[in-house]
Every structure is written in C-alpha cells, then in structure tokens.
Design a protein around this ligand. Structure first.
Ligand SMILES: [Zn+2]
Length: 302
C-alpha cells in the first residue's frame, strides 16, 4: 500500500491506498498555501512520518495543482496562488527525506486517472475530464492513456478564449472560458442575483423550485459552459465527457442541462455516441488517480 496526497487550495487531503485502488484510510489538514511550495511539501513529509507509525507504506503519490512534469515529479509552472511553487522538485524532495519512492501528477490528470481506473470512465479509452472549481481544469485521455502535450500543458481548456477582450484572467489573457463557466464564475453571478454571498447549495434549491431569477443565471452559465464544450468536442470527438469538481454533486440537474445545451451546438456525427456524465468519486478521485499514476510509473520503470 502507498500513501497519496492531494494538494488543493484550501486543504491537503491524504490517505492510504492499496494496489486495488481502495482507500483504507483518509484525512486532511489545511494547506495554508501562502506559506509557499517548499513548506507545504515539508508538512507532507512530516505527515508521512506519522502515517508510517501505523501503516506499511511502500511509496508516496502526489496530486497537485500546477503544470507537472510527471516523469521528473517537478512543477513546470504554477500560478502565484502557491508562492515559490514553479520549479519545485517535489518527487526528489520527498524521496530524499523519506527514503520512499514518490510520483507526482497534476490534479486534473489524477481526477481523470481515478475515474478511468475506478469510476465514471472505466469503460472508455477516449474521454475528456473537466473539473469545475475556481477555474476549469481539463484532462485528455486518448487511446487509453493521458495525453500530456509536449511540455505537460495539454488540456488547459479553462484558458480557451470565450469572449475575447472580456474579464481578465490569471493567465494574463482576458475573456478565458473559466472566467465565465467555472464554479467561481457561477458563484459571482449568484451573489449578484441575491445581492449577498450565497451558498451554491441554496442556489440549486432555488433552481429546483424553478425560481425565475435563479433559472436564468443557471441557464446562462450552462450556456457558456456548453459553448466551450462545443469547440472541445469538435476538436477531439470524444465518446465521453466526465464532469468533476464539487458542483458535480448536483448530478442530474446539472448534467441534463449541460446535455440539453451542448447537443444543438455540435454536429450530428460528433454527438452520435457522446455521453456526458458526472464524476463518481468526488474528492477521492484525485487520491485514487495519484495512486494509479504511482503504480503505473513503477511498472513502466521496471
Ligand atoms: Zn486564462
């Protein structure tokens, strides 16, 4: 068994995962990302020491935000959300300090790997995994494996241009897809609608009650989401799109509206067999996917 960590914006989730992808134990601690990349990894190393008292750990799998060189286990590029993260050699740092083999992969890629191994994409060799959150993450699974691109940057669909010259984006451009179709973008419209900070669960209750203002905001947001998917589907012709991120807990309400909005936008041959589904593992997918990446890497290296 190995230990897996998922470094997110607010918390670091971790667990013990076995060879079959079963999570035997899980917990979390605050990530305090402002302390910077190196100190975050130090906290993880400390946690590994504690876990080793109770578990026979054979390796460490890390899922994290940022563009990750998954062979070297280092951060190729990260935004300033986590200070001093770009260039950090996570894999060698963990291996040096713990003596355990370690592997690192991007968090959206881990969601895709987790859903492929044990979840909504288990029967699919060509799919797109979309995670809706602060931004929009994308992972491409082609011919049964992750497509990472030349410099591990493939799948950044959150930065497709949706409204050129529109809202400024963290990437330096403006009008990017994620500025309109991420969960944060929805949250912004919802707060404007209710004129105060509003829990998205409350908003979705209103949508279920067919509150007119809420439905309008919901439909407009899904329409933007679907416009991005329209381009993606035409470029990639996937058989499946898995929608992840916390908001996927809205299940059918969300998925059916996406399907309704996407279908008229795409050509008949592209929608012939296209399925759009919610991710099955929620927050656990990244731990399972990081473990999958770890086991596969070890296998390949032997
Ligand atoms: Zn952008």
């Amino acid at each position: 068994m190995i230990t897996a960590f998922d470094i997110g914006g607010t918390s670091i989730k971790f667990g013990i995962v076995d060879q079959e992808g079963k999570i035997l134990f899980k917990s979390s601690f605050p990530s305090d990302i402002h302390i910077g990349g190196e100190r975050i990894i130090r906290k993880i190393i400390q946690q590994i020491g504690l876990l080793e008292k109770d578990w026979q750990i054979e390796g460490v799998a890390v899922s994290t935000a940022g563009q990750i060189d998954s062979h070297e286990g280092m951060v190729v590029h990260a935004t300033d959300n986590i200070p001093n993260y770009t260039g950090l050699e996570i894999k060698s740092m963990i291996e040096r300090e713990t003596g355990l083999p370690a592997e690192v992969e991007n968090d959206v890629n881990c969601t895709a790997l987790g859903e492929y191994w044990k979840g909504a994409a288990r029967d699919s060799n060509d799919f797109l995994c979309l995670t809706l959150g602060t931004g929009i993450g994308g992972a491409l699974f082609l011919n049964g494996s992750l497509y990472t691109g030349d410099t591990f940057g493939a799948g950044e669909i959150g930065h497709m241009s949706l409204y050129p010259g529109g809202r400024p984006c963290t990437c330096g451009n403006s009008g990017c897809y994620e500025q309109y179709a991420s969960t944060s973008a929805l949250q912004r419209s919802v707060d404007e609608l209710f004129k105060e900070e509003t829990d998205l669960r409350h908003f979705f209750e209103k949508v279920r009650e067919s509150d007119i203002g809420s439905l309008e905001v919901f439909h407009k947001w899904v329409e933007d989401l679907a416009t991005g998917l329209q381009s993606t589907v035409h470029v990639l012709n996937p058989s499946l799109i898995v929608v992840g991120g916390g908001i996927s807990e809205q299940g059918d309400l969300l998925i059916q509206q996406i399907i309704k909005s996407v279908e008229p936008k795409i050509m008949p041959n592209h929608r012939r067999r296209l399925e759009i589904v919610a991710a099955e593992h929620g927050n656990d997918a990244n731990l399972i996917g990081a473990a999958k990446h770890f086991f596969d890497s070890k296998h390949i290296r032997k």
